[in-house]
Design a protein around this ligand. Sequence first.
Ligand SMILES: [Zn+2]
Ligand SMILES: [Zn+2]
Length: 150
Amino acid sequence: MTTTSPSAHTDTTTPPDASVLLRCHGLRCTPSRLHTLAMLSRSGLHLSSAEACAELHRLGAPFDPATVYRTLETLTAVGLTHAVHGPGPKRYGISSEPHHHTVCEQCGQVGTLASEPLREAVERIAEFTGLRPGASGSLLVYGRCARCGD
Ligand SMILES: [Zn+2]
Ligand SMILES: [Zn+2]
């Protein structure tokens, strides 16, 4: 006896795309969600709501700022994206590969920091402080980005 999930898809040849990800998280595939998710996924960037809005506009998928903001909040609520709080507006990034973050304290730009090479550093932090950081996404390293220089 087998049960068939109504959301099951039969296409096993391609990696999950934005529409599959959305459905897996119980979200309807609205154009703004599809485009925002695909754009963040492809760029690998962490963008503020305004920056995401500008980028979507550049890609020929313009949505009004309120829609983009609501979309990012919805995607973050179900865990498809995550928000990083630095100086200025929060930045949103895609939640695929585990990673930590760098934050420029001048311009607020958020960068990705691979978590695997920093495994030991995270263990050291637990040793020194008693704080047990999560496996990924725990470290927030502040500094100046290459563009802001010294
Ligand atoms: Zn991130
Ligand atoms: Zn900067």
